[in-house]
Design a protein around this ligand. Structure first.
Ligand code: MN
Length: 524
């Protein structure tokens, strides 16, 4: 069994992505999560780049106990000194040196000859060795470097004491078969790698969408360390995604060969959600594991297949990665078995065929004009069919506006609700945060309350075509509920998702109408 070492660089390469900037406290929170994910090395930052990053690396080095902590440095003494200083208290100190080796970088960026690059790298490795436990050195733009020079370079730096040599496809240029060829050329050519005194690492970028494929190709060709980030965040199109790499190894490990990692896959989706909430970024809808559609099924044939046997269309169990189970999203593509399954969740039983005929007629009417059919809409259909007599909340009107109170502005959220056909008194709440004000006023209308675990909002388009999409994860009665809502206004989308979760909870957990009207009054 080959043990693959995982270096996570979410906090270094990921942090270099446009728009990403974490505070030292936020970086520490992500590092502690990565420790729970079981990565071997946390690349915490580039200490010489700023005082703030130095402090972040230092805090991580002082706190993390079960992983090595890595800091990036160019091949100059000052960088190495700052990296070593920041890593001083780490349990295992890993310095990651980096220098470009390709002709384009040597000539245009560094203005250095091959010999100069090689000499500087060797000196830096010797210097860094006196200051840490492990020295890794990466050849930036390795995939556009002359292979024979790359071999000389890695041979020289490993003779000088580097334990890890990193083949970086910095520009995301390589094809998997080329990358495998290069990796085996290096792994089979560097004497210290052959003798087991050094290992090959691979670091791939996703400009052509090949970061993960190249990383896997690298492993197959002899790399024993891989570099990845949560959700693939990183420069430009990003890096190989850690959770996707773990999914490949878990799902297709036996086809891949005898490899193992220490990754605790159960923590990966929660870790991605943490980064997503800190950086206010959401992965693309179709992104494996973390995208909103990664485990959602909307078409009738697929829903039917999933309900009979989930392996028919899902090769990954989201629960293995700490994610919620598969979701049936109702839309015009949905068929009877998908709708019946959702109805069963809401009512606790599946209605007889003739009652389902009526439900399907109501469903098709709404589905023909709406993008998706919410729980709230489905509950209304069930009520019209005489199958549901619980409460259904609807929003008649909401407003969230800043108001000057004393010297400060606060947000005031006002909500006009309807419980079944009864209009409730207008209720309101204030907060410094607009969404907190909105959720607090909605929460005050419901006796059980739902606890929001995660909320995200995305905006698409502009003007009349503006669409706001809210996704809310909430906890109630020990269960995790997920609701989504798309509207033309951010507050309407947020409130729509909240109400949908609340209506789902009322139906699925059998809460009663009389509790609701009292609460509606009390919240005024
Ligand atoms: Mn990179």
């Amino acid at each position: 069994m080959n043990r693959i070492i995982i270096l996570d660089t979410t906090l270094r390469d990921g942090e270099q992505a446009p728009g990403m900037a974490m505070t030292p406290e936020e970086k520490l929170a992500v590092a502690l999560m990565l420790e729970k994910c079981g990565v071997d090395i946390i690349e915490a930052g580039f200490p010489v780049s700023s005082q703030r990053d130095f402090e972040a690396v230092k805090a991580i080095a002082e706190t993390v106990k079960n992983c090595a902590v890595s800091a990036l440095a160019r091949v100059v003494e000052n960088d190495i000194d700052r990296a070593a200083e920041a890593l001083k208290d780490a349990v295992k100190r890993h310095i990651h040196l980096s220098i470009a080796t390709s002709p384009i970088h040597r000539d245009k960026k560094l203005r250095m000859s091959r010999d100069e690059v090689l000499k500087k790298a060797v000196n830096a490795v010797r210097y860094a060795l006196t200051k840490c436990d492990t020295v890794e050195i990466g050849a930036e733009d390795a995939t556009r470097t002359e292979p024979e020079f790359l071999l000389d370079f890695f041979t020289a730096v490993t003779e000088a004491g580097a334990r890890v040599i990193n083949i970086a496809d910095t520009s995301g240029y390589s094809l998997p078969q080329e990358f495998a060829k290069l990796t085996s050329f290096i792994a089979g050519g560097v004497p210290k790698v052959i003798s087991g005194d050094a290992i090959v690492s691979v670091h791939c970028h996703n400009d052509l969408g090949l970061a993960l494929a190249n990383t896997i190709a690298g492993i197959s060709a002899g790399a024993l360390q891989v570099e990845a980030t949560l959700m693939g965040v990183g420069e430009r199109a990003g890096n190989a995604a850690l959770e996707e790499l773990a999914a490949v190894m878990k799902t297709r490990g036996s086809a891949l060969g005898k490899y193992e990692t220490a990754v605790n896959t159960q923590m990966l989706i929660p870790a991605c959600e943490l980064v997503s909430s800190i950086e206010a970024i959401s992965p693309g809808a179709s992104k494996p594991l973390t995208g909103r559609n990664a485990f959602a099924h909307s078409s009738g044939i697929h829903q039917d297949g999933m309900l009979k046997c989930r392996q028919s269309y899902e090769i990954i169990d989201p629960a293995d990665f700490g994610g919620a189970g598969f979701r049936i999203l109702l839309s015009r593509h949905s068929g009877r078995s998908g709708v019946a399954s959702k109805v069963g969740e809401l009512l606790g039983y599946e209605p007889p065929p003739e009652a389902m005929d009526a439900v399907m007629r109501g469903f098709e009417k709404i589905a023909s004009s709406e993008k998706s059919v919410s729980c709230t809409a489905l509950l209304r259909i069930l009520r019209d069919c005489g199958l549901y007599d619980g409460v259904i909340y609807s929003i008649l009107k909401i407003s969230v506006l800043p108001e000057k109170i004393g010297k400060n502005y606060r947000y005031c959220a006002r909500v006009d609700l309807k419980v079944n056909e009864t209009k409730c008194p207008v209720i309101s709440a204030e907060d410094d945060d607009a969404f907190k004000a909105l959720f607090s006023v909605l929460g005050s209308a419901m006796p059980w309350g739902i606890k929001i675990k995660n909320f995200s909002l995305s905006l698409f388009g502009a003007g009349e075509r503006l669409s706001a999409s809210a996704i809310l994860q909430a906890e109630t009665g020990g269960a995790l509920i997920r609701a989504e809502s798309n509207k033309h206004d951010i507050y309407a989308a947020a409130a729509g998702a909240y109400i949908d979760a609340a209506n789902y909870a009322a139906a699925a957990f059998k809460l009663h109408a009389h509790e609701m009207s009292h609460a509606g009054m009390a919240g005024a």
